[in-house]
Design a protein around this ligand. Structure first.
Ligand code: ATP
Ligand code: MG
Length: 299
């Protein structure tokens, strides 16, 4: 462990699927940085929160060693690290603090298309290629299946065609890569997305307050992601029906327009405001519908 620190350090992926969304999310929390020349370290300007740009596989280790306080990484990478540590009998040093809503995919077993899959037992005595040996071993153990795990760091999906393995255990999102390699997904080991990983124990120094501030802002940003301010008018008697169509809305502000019967309303809605929903509201008696983006809230 490292001594008392008064700056927070967050590890994110240097380049890859999670780098841009991770940066954008932190920027939306009001963080800005002065980049170093080698772009491995970004010094926080608006707040004492620095970034370390690394390979995603290194993030759990950096957290475990106390080099970084938080990391933005796939649940799959965090869980793999935890599975390996559990196998060595060592304790887990970091935990998932919050799911972040991007980078979604799943860790799945995929087999050649012609395989008539009946269940995990089909893998008995087979050879499975993966970059996630810890999670695969764990799953095989739970399923009571004895199979050989071949650890590959890349190009896992071509292993069956090369005769290196009978099946693979790999990340799948659209499934296009599997189809291109004549494979089909048959079992899901883990649903994953990008998460904020952080310490198990609270900070005992100035980082505590900084962490609380950051988490509060993050909560606000994530909560607002799909939120819109909905403005509309309606006759008083249509109101109960309309509010039933807005289960995701905060209690609306209601203003009287002409006399007592026409009302103008504004409501903060947290679900996405699709055309279909607007059309349903119109049919139920709403008019002059207006949907506005929400930049920030603070209560
Ligand atoms: P690095 O160079 O940092 O090690 P990488 O090649 O291991 O990068 P990426 O391919 O950029 O990593 O993927 C990073 C994360 O994105 C994955 O660990 C996973 O959580 C998520 N992800 C989302 N969709 C997919 C997908 N279709 N294939 C692979 N990863 C995906
Ligand atoms: Mg990686």
């Amino acid at each position: 462990a490292v001594g008392a620190r008064d700056r927070l350090r967050i590890a994110i992926q240097k380049s890859g699927r999670l780098s841009e969304p991770a940066r954008a999310l932190l920027a939306a929390c009001g963080l800005s940085w002065r980049e170093s020349r080698d772009k491995l370290f970004c010094y926080g300007e608006s707040l004492p929160v620095d970034l370390l740009l690394v390979r995603d596989d290194d993030i759990p280790g950096l957290l475990a060693d106390g080099v970084c306080d938080y990391g933005i990484v796939g649940r799959n990478v965090l869980a793999e690290h935890a599975a390996e540590r559990a196998r060595e009998g060592s304790h887990v040093a970091s935990r998932e603090v919050r799911a972040l809503g991007f980078g979604a995919c799943r860790l799945a077993i995929a087999v050649p298309e012609r395989w008539e899959w009946t269940g995990p037992g089909d893998l008995q005595g087979k050879r499975i290629a993966t970059s996630y040996p810890g999670l695969l071993q764990q799953w095989l153990g739970e399923a009571g299946v004895d199979a050989t795990v071949a650890t590959l760091t890349g190009s896992v999906e071509i292993a069956p065609r090369l005769g290196q393995a009978d099946a693979v255990c790999d990340l799948v999102s659209s499934g296009a890569t599997l189809v291109a390699n004549q494979l089909k997904p048959v079992e899901t080991l883990l649903q994953t997305e990008a998460v904020l990983a952080g310490p198990v124990l609270p900070f005992g120094d100035a980082r505590a307050e900084l962490a609380a501030l950051l988490l509060r802002r993050l909560e606000g940003v994530l909560k607002l992601k799909d939120s819109r301010l909905l403005l509309f008018q309606a006759r008083r008697e249509a109101l109960p029906r309309l509010l039933k169509l807005l289960p995701d809305a905060e209690p609306p502000t209601v203003m009287q327009v002409d006399g007592a019967d026409t009302l103008a309303l504004q409501a903060l809605c947290h679900g996405s405001m699709t055309w279909q929903r607007l059309e349903d509201l119109k049919l139920a008696g709403a008019s002059a519908l207006l949907v506005l983006p929400v930049e920030r809230t603070l209560s």
